[in-house]
Write a protein that binds this ligand. Structure first.
Ligand code: HEM
Length: 515
């Protein structure tokens, strides 16, 4: 969510992806209802308003110093280049401008003046070395749904305290112990796929959601957890909808679910406190840090509301991302028989060792012994770049790489563009895990972001993916059902229709479904 967090982000991320992209322009208008509703009545007023806005904007954007604004076109007043973005192939929208203006260029999209960045060095300045000058920027509706105290929306000391705690909960040393629970989730899910046609994305979402629930609540089956799962589904539907808080709309329902989620979480927190045990998962870590014995350290204390917003935020961040990545991995492995065979051999090696040693479950060491499968994950993170970019906003006027960026402008490091540069990744459109036999050039590869806001869940995401791939490749084969190409956004870019596949046990012959 992070980022993928926003509708704006979502649409932009979505649009800035893959050649076969399908653009649903209606979603664009949901961002700016003014553009579609009651146009005839408001046109005269709108014209005046646009003119005054233009005058104001020109004044506002005129660089006061000797440094120029970045090159690029701001398009039409207010509308900027939004229509171009949605009528051109989004890939060429960015690459044409990059070719014409260079790695840093300005544009105006969805009501915001933006600076796009596709050089690793400049992205590092925004995300790492001068990160204090660029704050995360998300629409208010997203803050309302996730909760304004969630880590994504903050800078400075509060963010630092949260990050320390969340990061520590997802370090390899902390997640090692959850491998058997993750494996159990996989083993419960896989039999339901056997000899069936499944929607890969939906199934992977179920899986990643269950892992996220274990990560935040531990393995205890508390009664509130089932309720939380149901409310979460409602929240998810409203997240990418138009932010209209009117009865009947998905957003309204999501806001209602959000309120109930808060109440349920508060009850769970109270019950854990009363029982004298903080319980497992990230919630346990939060309760421990805010416990009476730690209260003396102000730095450790978080209110129930802060805890609830961050628990909800982490679940958001953890599951759609991982599920989308897994869906791409299934597609890329399906498309390359030799690679699938090589990954299967690697996983059978692990299975063989387990049988010899008489260990029934996967161990942490097993997962550290899967170099090819790990490279498949790395290459999928690069090629699919499910988080195509992130959003920041200049907190003050900034002089940046020889340019002037006015306060309030959005600044977008384009991860995908960097990941697809031929000088860092030769033949960038080719899926080639062997390119990761050598470490990538510093700052040229950042699927989990970079700097203060980088992803604390990267190790958990990789671990759960390795566990699924171990069982899937050693036991099953799969065939894509229906149209093979195309992309949809849900909200991350994923293969069309969520990649329906037919899964059969490896010892059975695959019969291609004609649909
Ligand atoms: C394949 C899966 C994932 C990908 C590609 C991914 C990617 C990212 C990226 C690029 C960011 C940085 C956003 C920015 O700079 O604005 C981020 C932040 C974050 N991610 Fe992930 N993520 C994944 C899985 C997870 C998981 C499993 C968790 C939780 C266990 C998680 C929790 C977070 C949190 C809490 C943040 C915000 C950090 C902050 O603001 O300091 N992510 N993620």
């Amino acid at each position: 969510m992070y980022v993928c967090i926003t509708n704006i982000c979502t649409r932009l991320q979505a649009s800035y992806t893959h050649k076969t992209a399908h653009i649903q322009s209606s979603s664009l208008f949901t961002m700016h209802p003014f553009l579609v509703y009651g146009a005839s009545i408001v046109v005269p007023f709108a014209t005046l308003w646009l003119l005054s806005l233009l005058g104001f904007s020109l004044l506002k954007w005129y660089p006061p110093k000797e440094k120029p604004l970045p090159p690029g076109s701001m398009g039409w007043p207010y509308i900027g280049e939004t229509f171009r973005l949605y009528t051109e192939n989004p890939n060429s929208f960015f690459s044409n401008r990059q070719k014409r203006y260079g790695d840093i260029f300005k544009t105006y999209i969805l009501g915001c003046p933006c600076v796009m960045i596709s050089s690793p060095e400049a992205a590092k300045v925004v995300l790492v070395s001068q990160a204090h000058l660029f704050k995360p920027a998300y629409p208010q509706s997203k803050e309302k749904i996730i909760g304004p105290k969630a880590i994504f929306f903050h800078q400075g000391n509060y963010h630092f305290r949260l990050k320390k705690l969340i990061q520590a909960s997802f370090l390899p040393s902390a997640i090692k112990g959850s491998i058997s629970e993750i494996e159990q989730i996989v083993l419960n899910l896989l039999p339901s796929w056997e000899d069936c046609t499944i929607n890969t994305l939906h199934e992977m979402k179920k899986f990643a959601f269950d892992v996220a629930m274990v990560a935040v609540f531990g393995d205890a089956r508390e009664i509130e957890v089932e309720g939380i799962k149901k409310l979460y589904k409602c929240l998810g539907k409203g997240y990418n909808s138009m932010p209209l808080d009117i009865p009947g709309t998905p957003f309204y329902k999501a806001m209602k679910a959000r309120k109930m989620l808060n109440e349920t979480l508060t009850k769970l927190i109270e019950r854990r406190r009363e029982s004298g045990t903080h319980g497992g998962g990230l919630l346990g870590v939060f309760l421990e840090s805010s416990s009476a014995s730690n209260k003396a350290h102000d730095d450790h204390t978080f209110s129930d509301c802060q805890i609830a917003d961050n628990i909800i935020g982490v679940i958001f961040a953890a599951h759609d991302t991982t599920a989308s990545l897994l869906t791409w991995i299934i597609k890329y492995l399906h498309d390359d028989d030799d690679l699938l065979d090589a990954v299967t051999r690697e996983q059978e090696g692990i299975l063989g060792r387990r049988i010899l040693q008489g260990t029934c479950s996967l161990t942490w060491d097993d997962t550290r012994n899967m170099p090819l499968t790990s490279r498949v994950i790395q290459e999928t993170l690069r090629l699919a770049s499910i988080l195509s970019f992130t959003f920041r906003e200049a907190v003050q006027d900034v002089e940046f790489e020889g340019y002037f960026i006015p306060k309030g402008w959005k600044v977008l490091p384009l991860f995908r563009s960097i990941h697809h540069r031929a000088n860092f990744f030769p033949q960038p459109e080719k899926f080639n895990p062997s390119r990761f036999e050598m470490p990538p050039r510093p700052n040229s590869y950042m699927p989990f972001g970079n700097g203060v806001h980088s992803c604390p869940g990267s190790e958990l995401a990789k671990l759960e993916i390795l566990v699924v791939l171990h069982h899937l490749t050693t036991s099953f084969r799969w065939e894509i059902v229906g149209e093979e190409d195309g992309i949809q956004y849900g909200p991350f870019p994923v293969p069309k229709h969520g990649l329906p596949i037919r899964v059969i046990p490896r010892n059975k012959k695959m019969i291609t479904n004609p649909i």
